[in-house]
Design a binder for this molecule. Sequence first.
Ligand SMILES: Nc1ncnc2c1ncn2[C@@H]1O[C@H](COP(=O)(O)OP(=O)(O)OP(=O)(O)O)[C@@H](O)[C@H]1O
Ligand SMILES: [Mg+2]
Length: 343
Amino acid sequence: MVTRAARTALAVDPDGEHEHLQLTTLAGWHGFVAEVPAVPDLLPEATWAALENDKRARYDDDRIDHHSRLLVVQTPAIRQVINSGRRLIQMNKNAHYGRCGLMVSGPARTGKTTALTQLGKTIEVIHRRRYPRSTGDIPVIYITVPPAATPKMIAMEFARFFDLPVSRRGNITDIADAVCGVSLDAHVTLVAVDELHNLNTTTRAGAEVSDTLKYFSKRIPATFVYAGISLERTGLLSGTRGEQIAGRFSMVRTGPFGQDQQWAALIAALEASLRLHRHQPETLTKLGRYLHQRTHGMIGSLLWLIRGAAINAVLDGTEKITRKSLDAVEADITSQSPLPPAT
Ligand SMILES: Nc1ncnc2c1ncn2[C@@H]1O[C@H](COP(=O)(O)OP(=O)(O)OP(=O)(O)O)[C@@H](O)[C@H]1O
Ligand SMILES: [Mg+2]
């Protein structure tokens, strides 16, 4: 069965208009996979100085846009998630039962979603390269667990990703059948389930949702990858049901960076991606210790700080990041709180 979204999604819009779409829909996901963010070139000094107002405004807008994203740095966590995910997919290929899965667990804003979506993107790109004619295939599904989820809500999340025409009043068996049917036809190989901490298996509803996910993972011959905050504490891995899950899942933990070589490499990669006219190279790498203190080594807080300072530098015309300009960026809430608990 070809879904409505599948028919339209591959006609990717060149203007990046998909960006407003959510990753949890096929169209939004395809937009994300096809996205190759254009990094603006810095104009030579004389050309920059001679720009007319409207051209300068457009040039600045492009750079603000770039600095609001910067780049995805290949951190050890991302490498580990991609390598483990690819290995599991390979191992699961010929397994008729007892397929293995992966969990990505860590405190808030430590890059779980980024790692999960980068894995999904990698798998989809490989699939498209390997099977260029199978344009109707949907190799990757990405869904999130809604707060206070019920089994039916999970089934609806799958259906919504495929844009299946199901009514809220439809019963869960029919929705699950439709979802599994499309998944088989579309050769789904990876199912990424994010925000799994919304599921609390110590409650009855949570336990039922966990069973629903297990049911889907039995019926859909794909590799399931879960991400969420401190998954050990959701009760997902405890009790009989939990033991069954734990026995078959690898775990990648995300967490704060230490003040080490990896921290320095992360900052250097971010600094190299800046597009500012007056920025002194190595300013940020030399501020490694300061940046660690301000962010507690949390990648989300670091990105918040550097993106904020870089956008300010374009807006106020200083065109550089300094210790002083970093001081002026308000910290995000995570980095203002006490050190995050270890997972
Ligand atoms: N490898 C990376 N390179 C560049 N930026 C990153 C990287 N990992 C995370 N970020 C940035 O850090 C922020 C937090 O990342 P992300 O949303 O992936 O974390 P999370 O652990 O899923 O957070 P939450 O617990 O809120 O779901 C985002 O702005 C993201 O762009
Ligand atoms: Mg997340």
